[in-house]
Design a protein around this ligand. Sequence first.
Ligand SMILES: Nc1ncnc2c1ncn2[C@@H]1O[C@H](COP(=O)(O)OP(=O)(O)OP(=O)(O)O)[C@@H](O)[C@H]1O
Ligand SMILES: [Mg+2]
Length: 457
Amino acid sequence: MNNGKILIIEDEKSMNDVLSMLLEDEGYNVSQALDGKEGIDIIRKDIFDIIITDIKMPYADGFTILKTVLELSPETIVIMITAFGTTEDAIDAMKMGAYDYIQKPFKIDEIRIIVRNALEKRLLSRQVKTLRTQVEQTYRLEKLIGKSLKMREILMTIPKIAESSSNVLITGESGCGKELVAHAIHNLSKRVEKEFIAVNCAAFPEGLLESELFGYMRGAFTGAILNKEGLFEAAEAGSIFLDEIGDMPLNLQAKLLRVLEDGSFRRIGGLKDIKVDVRVISATNKNLLDEIEYGNFRQDLYYRLNVIHVHLPPLRERKEDIPLLIENFTGQYNAVGRRFTKDAVDVFINYPWHGNVRELKNAIERIFTFTDKQLITIDELPMEIKGYEANKTKQCQKGDIEISSDGVNLDLIMEDMEKKYLLKALELSKGVKMDAARLLHISFRQFRHRLKKYGIN
Ligand SMILES: Nc1ncnc2c1ncn2[C@@H]1O[C@H](COP(=O)(O)OP(=O)(O)OP(=O)(O)O)[C@@H](O)[C@H]1O
Ligand SMILES: [Mg+2]
Protein backbone atom coordinates (compact mmCIF):
# COMPACT_ATOMS: atom_id res chain seq x y z
CA MET A 1 0.00 0.00 0.00
CA ASN A 2 3.07 2.16 -0.13
CA ASN A 3 2.00 3.94 -3.30
CA GLY A 4 0.20 6.75 -1.51
CA LYS A 5 0.30 10.15 -3.17
CA ILE A 6 1.40 12.87 -0.79
CA LEU A 7 1.73 16.65 -1.07
CA ILE A 8 3.90 18.55 1.40
CA ILE A 9 3.24 22.26 1.82
CA GLU A 10 5.90 23.87 4.00
CA ASP A 11 7.68 27.17 3.48
CA GLU A 12 10.85 26.21 5.31
CA LYS A 13 12.72 24.55 2.47
CA SER A 14 15.01 22.38 4.59
CA MET A 15 12.04 21.01 6.54
CA ASN A 16 10.16 20.37 3.36
CA ASP A 17 13.11 18.48 1.90
CA VAL A 18 13.67 16.36 5.01
CA LEU A 19 10.03 15.33 5.14
CA SER A 20 9.87 14.62 1.49
CA MET A 21 13.00 12.49 1.55
CA LEU A 22 11.75 10.55 4.53
CA LEU A 23 8.44 9.77 2.85
CA GLU A 24 10.02 8.95 -0.49
CA ASP A 25 12.21 6.45 1.33
CA GLU A 26 9.02 4.83 2.57
CA GLY A 27 8.00 4.39 -1.05
CA TYR A 28 5.41 7.16 -1.35
CA ASN A 29 4.99 9.43 -4.32
CA VAL A 30 5.74 12.90 -2.91
CA SER A 31 5.16 16.42 -4.32
CA GLN A 32 6.34 19.63 -2.68
CA ALA A 33 5.01 23.19 -2.46
CA LEU A 34 6.98 26.00 -0.82
CA ASP A 35 4.10 28.25 0.17
CA GLY A 36 0.34 28.16 0.58
CA LYS A 37 -0.43 29.72 -2.77
CA GLU A 38 1.64 27.24 -4.70
CA GLY A 39 0.01 24.50 -2.62
CA ILE A 40 -3.47 25.61 -3.58
CA ASP A 41 -2.51 25.74 -7.26
CA ILE A 42 -1.34 22.14 -7.09
CA ILE A 43 -4.44 21.00 -5.14
CA ARG A 44 -6.66 22.48 -7.86
CA LYS A 45 -4.97 20.33 -10.50
CA ASP A 46 -4.38 16.99 -8.84
CA ILE A 47 -5.83 14.61 -6.25
CA PHE A 48 -3.73 13.45 -3.30
CA ASP A 49 -4.23 10.78 -0.66
CA ILE A 50 -2.57 12.89 1.98
CA ILE A 51 -1.65 16.56 2.27
CA ILE A 52 0.78 17.58 4.96
CA THR A 53 0.69 21.32 5.49
CA ASP A 54 2.41 23.82 7.74
CA ILE A 55 0.04 26.15 9.59
CA LYS A 56 1.94 29.44 9.52
CA MET A 57 2.94 30.35 5.97
CA PRO A 58 2.96 33.44 3.75
CA TYR A 59 0.14 34.04 1.17
CA ALA A 60 -2.18 31.27 2.35
CA ASP A 61 -1.96 29.60 5.78
CA GLY A 62 -2.71 26.00 6.78
CA PHE A 63 -6.33 26.80 7.59
CA THR A 64 -6.92 28.12 4.08
CA ILE A 65 -5.33 24.98 2.67
CA LEU A 66 -7.55 22.81 4.88
CA LYS A 67 -10.67 24.68 3.78
CA THR A 68 -9.73 24.33 0.12
CA VAL A 69 -9.13 20.59 0.49
CA LEU A 70 -12.40 20.03 2.35
CA GLU A 71 -14.17 21.79 -0.46
CA LEU A 72 -12.38 20.33 -3.49
CA SER A 73 -11.38 16.88 -2.33
CA PRO A 74 -13.00 15.95 1.00
CA GLU A 75 -11.63 12.38 0.85
CA THR A 76 -8.05 13.63 1.05
CA ILE A 77 -6.53 13.38 4.49
CA VAL A 78 -4.93 16.56 5.85
CA ILE A 79 -2.18 16.48 8.45
CA MET A 80 -1.05 19.78 9.99
CA ILE A 81 2.50 20.73 10.90
CA THR A 82 2.79 22.89 13.95
CA ALA A 83 5.67 24.58 15.70
CA PHE A 84 6.55 23.47 19.19
CA GLY A 85 4.19 24.97 21.77
CA THR A 86 1.41 25.99 19.37
CA THR A 87 -0.71 22.88 19.44
CA GLU A 88 -3.89 24.91 19.96
CA ASP A 89 -3.97 25.87 16.29
CA ALA A 90 -3.51 22.24 15.35
CA ILE A 91 -6.38 21.21 17.59
CA ASP A 92 -8.62 23.85 16.03
CA ALA A 93 -7.67 22.43 12.66
CA MET A 94 -8.61 18.93 13.80
CA LYS A 95 -11.98 20.22 14.90
CA MET A 96 -12.42 21.58 11.38
CA GLY A 97 -11.60 18.23 9.84
CA ALA A 98 -7.82 17.74 9.80
CA TYR A 99 -6.83 14.14 10.54
CA ASP A 100 -3.89 14.70 12.85
CA TYR A 101 -0.90 16.94 13.43
CA ILE A 102 2.84 16.57 13.69
CA GLN A 103 5.02 18.83 15.74
CA LYS A 104 8.31 20.46 14.90
CA PRO A 105 10.98 19.30 15.56
CA PHE A 106 9.90 16.11 13.78
CA LYS A 107 10.04 12.68 15.31
CA ILE A 108 10.68 10.44 12.35
CA ASP A 109 8.95 7.36 13.72
CA GLU A 110 5.88 9.32 14.64
CA ILE A 111 5.59 10.70 11.11
CA ARG A 112 6.00 7.27 9.58
CA ILE A 113 3.24 5.86 11.76
CA ILE A 114 0.84 8.77 11.31
CA VAL A 115 1.19 8.62 7.55
CA ARG A 116 0.87 4.85 7.43
CA ASN A 117 -2.27 4.90 9.59
CA ALA A 118 -3.77 7.72 7.56
CA LEU A 119 -3.31 5.75 4.37
CA GLU A 120 -4.82 2.60 5.87
CA LYS A 121 -7.79 4.66 6.94
CA ARG A 122 -8.18 6.19 3.50
CA LEU A 123 -8.00 2.82 1.79
CA LEU A 124 -10.53 1.35 4.18
CA SER A 125 -13.04 4.17 3.77
CA ARG A 126 -12.76 3.82 0.01
CA GLN A 127 -13.48 0.08 0.23
CA VAL A 128 -16.38 0.54 2.63
CA LYS A 129 -17.91 3.00 0.25
CA THR A 130 -17.89 0.54 -2.64
CA LEU A 131 -19.15 -2.18 -0.33
CA ARG A 132 -21.99 -0.03 0.89
CA THR A 133 -23.33 0.25 -2.60
CA GLN A 134 -23.00 -3.50 -3.06
CA VAL A 135 -24.56 -4.69 0.18
CA GLU A 136 -27.60 -2.71 1.18
CA GLN A 137 -28.68 -4.47 4.32
CA THR A 138 -26.54 -6.76 6.40
CA TYR A 139 -28.03 -7.30 9.80
CA ARG A 140 -25.85 -10.19 10.83
CA LEU A 141 -22.21 -11.13 10.67
CA GLU A 142 -21.01 -14.15 12.61
CA LYS A 143 -22.71 -13.73 16.00
CA LEU A 144 -22.98 -9.97 15.70
CA ILE A 145 -26.27 -8.41 14.83
CA GLY A 146 -27.45 -4.85 14.35
CA LYS A 147 -29.50 -2.86 11.92
CA SER A 148 -28.67 0.68 13.05
CA LEU A 149 -26.63 2.65 10.57
CA LYS A 150 -23.62 2.58 12.90
CA MET A 151 -23.75 -1.18 13.36
CA ARG A 152 -24.29 -1.90 9.69
CA GLU A 153 -21.26 0.18 8.92
CA ILE A 154 -19.23 -1.86 11.39
CA LEU A 155 -20.60 -5.14 10.05
CA MET A 156 -19.59 -4.09 6.56
CA THR A 157 -16.11 -3.04 7.59
CA ILE A 158 -15.22 -6.21 9.48
CA PRO A 159 -14.68 -8.49 6.45
CA LYS A 160 -12.32 -5.87 5.01
CA ILE A 161 -10.47 -5.55 8.28
CA ALA A 162 -10.20 -9.34 8.44
CA GLU A 163 -8.53 -9.38 5.04
CA SER A 164 -5.76 -7.01 6.06
CA SER A 165 -3.16 -8.02 8.60
CA SER A 166 -3.00 -4.72 10.47
CA ASN A 167 -3.46 -4.54 14.20
CA VAL A 168 -6.90 -3.54 15.39
CA LEU A 169 -8.01 -1.62 18.45
CA ILE A 170 -11.64 -2.05 19.50
CA THR A 171 -13.08 0.50 21.88
CA GLY A 172 -16.44 0.92 23.52
CA GLU A 173 -18.22 0.71 26.85
CA SER A 174 -18.48 -2.55 28.72
CA GLY A 175 -20.89 -5.07 27.21
CA CYS A 176 -20.94 -3.47 23.76
CA GLY A 177 -19.71 -6.52 21.89
CA LYS A 178 -15.94 -5.86 21.65
CA GLU A 179 -15.05 -9.49 22.13
CA LEU A 180 -17.59 -10.60 19.53
CA VAL A 181 -16.02 -8.20 17.04
CA ALA A 182 -12.56 -9.58 17.77
CA HIS A 183 -13.81 -13.13 17.17
CA ALA A 184 -15.50 -12.12 13.93
CA ILE A 185 -12.30 -10.50 12.64
CA HIS A 186 -10.32 -13.66 13.34
CA ASN A 187 -12.96 -16.03 11.99
CA LEU A 188 -13.22 -14.18 8.71
CA SER A 189 -9.47 -13.88 8.23
CA LYS A 190 -7.13 -16.35 6.63
CA ARG A 191 -5.82 -17.06 10.11
CA VAL A 192 -9.03 -18.86 11.03
CA GLU A 193 -7.42 -22.31 10.97
CA LYS A 194 -4.94 -21.16 13.60
CA GLU A 195 -5.46 -20.14 17.20
CA PHE A 196 -7.46 -17.22 18.52
CA ILE A 197 -6.10 -16.64 21.99
CA ALA A 198 -7.88 -14.21 24.31
CA VAL A 199 -6.00 -12.74 27.25
CA ASN A 200 -7.58 -10.46 29.79
CA CYS A 201 -4.75 -8.11 30.75
CA ALA A 202 -6.62 -6.92 33.85
CA ALA A 203 -7.00 -10.42 35.26
CA PHE A 204 -3.35 -11.16 36.02
CA PRO A 205 -0.88 -9.68 38.47
CA GLU A 206 1.97 -8.02 36.59
CA GLY A 207 4.64 -10.74 36.70
CA LEU A 208 2.17 -13.44 35.84
CA LEU A 209 0.87 -11.59 32.81
CA GLU A 210 4.40 -11.33 31.45
CA SER A 211 5.07 -15.05 31.84
CA GLU A 212 1.66 -15.90 30.36
CA LEU A 213 2.29 -13.77 27.29
CA PHE A 214 5.95 -14.41 26.70
CA GLY A 215 6.77 -17.64 28.50
CA TYR A 216 9.91 -18.31 30.55
CA MET A 217 13.03 -20.44 30.73
CA ARG A 218 13.76 -22.92 33.45
CA GLY A 219 15.34 -21.21 36.44
CA ALA A 220 14.29 -17.71 35.40
CA PHE A 221 12.58 -17.29 38.79
CA THR A 222 11.67 -19.47 41.75
CA GLY A 223 9.13 -21.97 40.62
CA ALA A 224 10.19 -21.93 36.96
CA ILE A 225 11.10 -25.59 36.89
CA LEU A 226 10.53 -26.15 33.19
CA ASN A 227 10.76 -24.07 30.04
CA LYS A 228 7.35 -22.69 29.19
CA GLU A 229 6.00 -21.37 25.95
CA GLY A 230 4.02 -18.12 26.16
CA LEU A 231 0.74 -17.26 24.50
CA PHE A 232 2.43 -15.27 21.74
CA GLU A 233 4.18 -18.45 20.64
CA ALA A 234 1.01 -20.47 20.97
CA ALA A 235 -0.81 -17.99 18.74
CA GLU A 236 1.75 -18.34 15.91
CA ALA A 237 0.11 -17.58 12.56
CA GLY A 238 -3.14 -16.86 14.40
CA SER A 239 -4.50 -13.92 16.39
CA ILE A 240 -4.08 -12.80 19.95
CA PHE A 241 -6.83 -10.78 21.62
CA LEU A 242 -5.50 -8.49 24.32
CA ASP A 243 -8.59 -7.54 26.26
CA GLU A 244 -8.54 -4.59 28.71
CA ILE A 245 -5.27 -3.45 27.13
CA GLY A 246 -5.59 -0.17 29.06
CA ASP A 247 -4.73 -2.11 32.21
CA MET A 248 -1.43 -3.48 30.93
CA PRO A 249 1.43 -2.39 33.21
CA LEU A 250 3.91 0.07 31.68
CA ASN A 251 6.98 -2.16 31.65
CA LEU A 252 5.08 -4.88 29.82
CA GLN A 253 3.88 -2.26 27.34
CA ALA A 254 7.51 -1.77 26.35
CA LYS A 255 7.94 -5.48 25.71
CA LEU A 256 4.71 -5.61 23.72
CA LEU A 257 5.83 -2.62 21.65
CA ARG A 258 8.91 -4.54 20.63
CA VAL A 259 6.84 -7.51 19.43
CA LEU A 260 4.72 -5.17 17.38
CA GLU A 261 7.73 -3.37 15.94
CA ASP A 262 9.85 -6.27 14.83
CA GLY A 263 7.82 -9.35 15.61
CA SER A 264 10.26 -10.71 18.14
CA PHE A 265 10.64 -11.09 21.90
CA ARG A 266 12.48 -13.12 24.50
CA ARG A 267 11.05 -15.50 27.06
CA ILE A 268 11.68 -14.40 30.64
CA GLY A 269 15.22 -15.50 31.40
CA GLY A 270 15.75 -16.37 27.75
CA LEU A 271 18.74 -15.27 25.66
CA LYS A 272 17.35 -16.04 22.25
CA ASP A 273 15.03 -13.81 20.22
CA ILE A 274 11.90 -15.61 19.18
CA LYS A 275 10.16 -14.48 15.98
CA VAL A 276 6.39 -14.68 15.73
CA ASP A 277 3.72 -13.83 13.21
CA VAL A 278 0.69 -12.95 15.28
CA ARG A 279 -2.07 -10.50 14.57
CA VAL A 280 -2.83 -8.35 17.59
CA ILE A 281 -6.41 -7.36 18.25
CA SER A 282 -6.82 -5.33 21.40
CA ALA A 283 -9.79 -3.89 23.24
CA THR A 284 -10.46 -1.47 26.03
CA ASN A 285 -13.31 0.43 27.59
CA LYS A 286 -10.89 3.10 28.79
CA ASN A 287 -10.08 6.21 26.83
CA LEU A 288 -6.47 5.50 25.91
CA LEU A 289 -5.78 9.10 24.92
CA ASP A 290 -6.61 10.09 28.50
CA GLU A 291 -4.45 7.27 29.81
CA ILE A 292 -1.58 8.61 27.67
CA GLU A 293 -2.12 12.05 29.25
CA TYR A 294 -2.00 10.54 32.75
CA GLY A 295 1.20 8.71 31.87
CA ASN A 296 -0.39 5.27 32.19
CA PHE A 297 -0.14 4.29 28.56
CA ARG A 298 2.65 4.60 26.00
CA GLN A 299 1.81 6.77 23.04
CA ASP A 300 4.06 4.82 20.65
CA LEU A 301 2.30 1.61 21.62
CA TYR A 302 -1.05 3.26 21.11
CA TYR A 303 -0.17 4.10 17.49
CA ARG A 304 0.98 0.55 16.86
CA LEU A 305 -2.17 -1.02 18.27
CA ASN A 306 -4.53 1.47 16.72
CA VAL A 307 -3.71 1.02 13.04
CA ILE A 308 -7.35 0.16 12.49
CA HIS A 309 -9.87 1.44 14.98
CA VAL A 310 -13.33 0.02 15.56
CA HIS A 311 -15.48 1.97 17.96
CA LEU A 312 -18.66 0.33 19.17
CA PRO A 313 -21.16 2.98 20.20
CA PRO A 314 -23.15 2.37 23.40
CA LEU A 315 -26.52 0.72 22.89
CA ARG A 316 -28.39 3.87 23.90
CA GLU A 317 -26.94 5.54 20.79
CA ARG A 318 -28.24 2.83 18.47
CA LYS A 319 -31.71 2.11 19.74
CA GLU A 320 -32.78 0.68 16.36
CA ASP A 321 -30.80 -2.41 17.33
CA ILE A 322 -32.88 -3.08 20.44
CA PRO A 323 -35.94 -4.80 18.86
CA LEU A 324 -33.66 -6.99 16.76
CA LEU A 325 -31.58 -7.95 19.80
CA ILE A 326 -34.73 -8.76 21.81
CA GLU A 327 -35.91 -11.05 19.06
CA ASN A 328 -32.53 -12.68 18.75
CA PHE A 329 -32.09 -13.39 22.47
CA THR A 330 -35.70 -14.53 22.84
CA GLY A 331 -34.92 -17.14 20.21
CA GLN A 332 -31.76 -18.17 22.07
CA TYR A 333 -33.51 -18.86 25.36
CA ASN A 334 -35.60 -21.58 23.86
CA ALA A 335 -38.48 -19.19 23.85
CA VAL A 336 -39.61 -19.69 20.29
CA GLY A 337 -43.11 -18.39 19.67
CA ARG A 338 -42.97 -16.15 22.74
CA ARG A 339 -42.80 -12.45 22.20
CA PHE A 340 -42.81 -8.99 23.77
CA THR A 341 -45.73 -6.58 23.50
CA LYS A 342 -45.02 -3.34 21.72
CA ASP A 343 -45.26 -1.43 25.02
CA ALA A 344 -42.69 -3.71 26.59
CA VAL A 345 -40.36 -3.26 23.61
CA ASP A 346 -40.79 0.52 23.94
CA VAL A 347 -39.76 0.40 27.58
CA PHE A 348 -36.63 -1.49 26.50
CA ILE A 349 -35.97 1.09 23.80
CA ASN A 350 -36.16 3.97 26.26
CA TYR A 351 -34.02 2.39 28.95
CA PRO A 352 -30.41 3.73 29.00
CA TRP A 353 -28.66 0.27 29.13
CA HIS A 354 -25.48 1.32 30.88
CA GLY A 355 -24.38 -2.33 30.73
CA ASN A 356 -25.18 -2.31 27.00
CA VAL A 357 -25.97 -5.52 25.09
CA ARG A 358 -24.81 -7.70 27.97
CA GLU A 359 -27.34 -6.07 30.31
CA LEU A 360 -30.10 -6.50 27.75
CA LYS A 361 -29.23 -10.15 27.20
CA ASN A 362 -29.23 -10.79 30.95
CA ALA A 363 -32.55 -8.99 31.38
CA ILE A 364 -34.16 -11.24 28.79
CA GLU A 365 -32.67 -14.34 30.33
CA ARG A 366 -34.05 -13.28 33.71
CA ILE A 367 -37.52 -12.66 32.28
CA PHE A 368 -37.71 -16.13 30.77
CA THR A 369 -36.42 -17.69 33.96
CA PHE A 370 -39.20 -16.17 36.00
CA THR A 371 -42.24 -16.41 33.75
CA ASP A 372 -43.94 -19.00 31.57
CA LYS A 373 -46.16 -16.48 29.81
CA GLN A 374 -46.19 -16.45 26.03
CA LEU A 375 -46.69 -12.72 25.76
CA ILE A 376 -44.27 -10.58 27.75
CA THR A 377 -45.86 -7.34 28.91
CA ILE A 378 -44.42 -4.46 30.93
CA ASP A 379 -45.45 -6.33 34.11
CA GLU A 380 -42.95 -9.08 33.40
CA LEU A 381 -40.00 -6.72 32.94
CA PRO A 382 -37.36 -6.51 35.68
CA MET A 383 -38.02 -3.94 38.37
CA GLU A 384 -35.19 -1.56 37.51
CA ILE A 385 -36.23 -1.38 33.88
CA LYS A 386 -39.89 -0.60 34.36
CA GLY A 387 -39.00 1.55 37.38
CA TYR A 388 -36.76 3.69 35.20
CA GLU A 389 -39.65 4.44 32.87
CA ALA A 390 -41.96 5.38 35.76
CA ASN A 391 -39.39 7.73 37.29
CA LYS A 392 -38.32 9.38 34.11
CA THR A 393 -41.59 11.23 33.69
CA LYS A 394 -41.20 12.66 37.17
CA GLN A 395 -37.76 14.12 36.64
CA CYS A 396 -37.86 17.87 36.54
CA GLN A 397 -37.28 19.95 33.45
CA LYS A 398 -35.10 23.05 33.32
CA GLY A 399 -38.19 25.23 33.16
CA ASP A 400 -39.58 23.81 36.42
CA ILE A 401 -36.95 25.30 38.67
CA GLU A 402 -36.45 28.78 39.95
CA ILE A 403 -33.58 30.59 41.58
CA SER A 404 -34.57 33.70 43.54
CA SER A 405 -32.46 36.86 43.57
CA ASP A 406 -30.78 35.93 46.87
CA GLY A 407 -29.87 32.48 45.51
CA VAL A 408 -30.61 28.98 46.74
CA ASN A 409 -28.80 26.42 48.89
CA LEU A 410 -28.01 23.72 46.35
CA ASP A 411 -26.78 21.23 48.96
CA LEU A 412 -30.02 21.40 50.94
CA ILE A 413 -32.09 21.04 47.80
CA MET A 414 -30.14 18.02 46.64
CA GLU A 415 -30.35 16.38 50.07
CA ASP A 416 -34.07 16.93 50.14
CA MET A 417 -34.43 15.49 46.67
CA GLU A 418 -32.26 12.50 47.56
CA LYS A 419 -34.38 11.78 50.64
CA LYS A 420 -37.54 11.85 48.55
CA TYR A 421 -36.11 9.41 46.03
CA LEU A 422 -34.88 7.04 48.73
CA LEU A 423 -38.33 6.98 50.36
CA LYS A 424 -40.13 6.58 47.05
CA ALA A 425 -37.90 3.71 46.01
CA LEU A 426 -38.52 1.99 49.35
CA GLU A 427 -42.24 2.43 48.88
CA LEU A 428 -42.20 1.03 45.32
CA SER A 429 -40.14 -1.95 46.39
CA LYS A 430 -42.34 -2.61 49.44
CA GLY A 431 -39.42 -2.05 51.78
CA VAL A 432 -37.05 -4.53 50.08
CA LYS A 433 -33.82 -2.53 50.17
CA MET A 434 -32.09 -4.59 47.51
CA ASP A 435 -34.85 -3.79 45.01
CA ALA A 436 -34.97 -0.15 46.04
CA ALA A 437 -31.23 0.19 45.45
CA ARG A 438 -31.66 -1.33 42.00
CA LEU A 439 -34.39 1.17 41.16
CA LEU A 440 -31.96 4.00 41.90
CA HIS A 441 -29.06 2.36 40.05
CA ILE A 442 -26.88 2.33 43.15
CA SER A 443 -25.35 -0.54 45.09
CA PHE A 444 -27.02 -2.04 48.13
CA ARG A 445 -24.19 -0.74 50.32
CA GLN A 446 -24.57 2.75 48.98
CA PHE A 447 -28.30 2.61 49.53
CA ARG A 448 -27.89 1.51 53.14
CA HIS A 449 -25.28 4.18 53.68
CA ARG A 450 -27.60 6.90 52.42
CA LEU A 451 -30.52 5.68 54.52
CA LYS A 452 -28.29 5.90 57.55
CA LYS A 453 -27.11 9.38 56.61
CA TYR A 454 -30.71 10.66 56.64
CA GLY A 455 -31.80 8.49 59.57
CA ILE A 456 -34.44 6.68 57.52
CA ASN A 457 -35.53 3.33 58.91
N1 LIG B 1 -24.19 -6.86 18.30
C1 LIG B 1 -24.42 -7.94 19.07
N2 LIG B 1 -25.17 -8.94 18.64
C2 LIG B 1 -25.40 -10.03 19.40
N3 LIG B 1 -24.90 -10.19 20.62
C3 LIG B 1 -24.14 -9.24 21.13
C4 LIG B 1 -23.84 -8.05 20.37
N4 LIG B 1 -23.05 -7.26 21.11
C5 LIG B 1 -22.85 -7.90 22.27
N5 LIG B 1 -23.50 -9.10 22.30
C6 LIG B 1 -23.53 -10.03 23.44
O1 LIG B 1 -23.41 -9.26 24.62
C7 LIG B 1 -22.51 -9.83 25.55
C8 LIG B 1 -21.35 -8.89 25.81
O2 LIG B 1 -20.53 -8.81 24.64
P1 LIG B 1 -18.94 -8.77 24.72
O3 LIG B 1 -18.44 -9.73 25.76
O4 LIG B 1 -18.41 -8.91 23.35
O5 LIG B 1 -18.76 -7.29 25.25
P2 LIG B 1 -17.43 -6.46 25.58
O6 LIG B 1 -17.55 -5.17 24.86
O7 LIG B 1 -16.24 -7.31 25.32
O8 LIG B 1 -17.61 -6.16 27.13
P3 LIG B 1 -16.46 -5.93 28.31
O9 LIG B 1 -15.85 -4.59 28.04
O10 LIG B 1 -17.27 -5.94 29.54
O11 LIG B 1 -15.51 -7.06 28.18
C9 LIG B 1 -22.10 -11.15 24.95
O12 LIG B 1 -22.93 -12.16 25.48
C10 LIG B 1 -22.33 -10.98 23.47
O13 LIG B 1 -22.63 -12.21 22.89
MG1 LIG C 1 -14.85 -8.07 26.65
